[in-house]
Ligand binder design. Structure first.
Ligand code: AMP
Length: 112
């Protein structure tokens, strides 16, 4: 499959890894939009949040289970933001479900 994030999971494309287990991978965003900007992706190809269902939601649940540890590892003691962009109107550019973990400063209140 011609998917950038599947290639990062496979190691065909390098990434700056922050965390990895059998269900997900976290790595630094190549174009950070905050002092800390990490992407967390499931190791199953789901195109977006719109493909989450009862059969695959365990990946999403797992990602949210590990986010506190990833945030702590990155020093986000004062809070952070988790975002997933979905589809055209959501301005999603990579069609593999991913969660942006942003922090390291007081983020703007506006989200759209
Ligand atoms: P989105 O616009 O929500 O689909 O987010 C895709 C994100 O992937 C953007 O923030 C990009 O900067 C990031 N990105 C694209 N290619 C890479 C890469 N090779 N390594 C790390 N992050 C990437």
């Amino acid at each position: 499959m011609d998917c950038l994030f599947c290639k990062i999971i496979d190691g065909a494309i390098p990434s700056n890894k922050v965390y990895e287990d059998d269900m997900c991978l976290a790595f630094h965003d190549i174009a950070p939009q905050a002092p800390v900007h990490v992407l967390i992706i499931p190791k199953a190809h789901l195109a977006s949040a719109d493909e989450v269902n009862a059969d695959n939601s365990k990946y999403v649940a797992h990602i949210f289970e590990v986010i506190p540890a990833i945030a702590a590892k990155l020093g986000l003691v004062n809070g952070y933001r988790v975002i997933t962009n979905c589809g055209e109107d959501g301005a999603q550019s990579v069609k593999h479900l991913h969660f942006h973990l942003l922090g390291g400063k007081k983020l703007p209140e506006s989200m759209g």
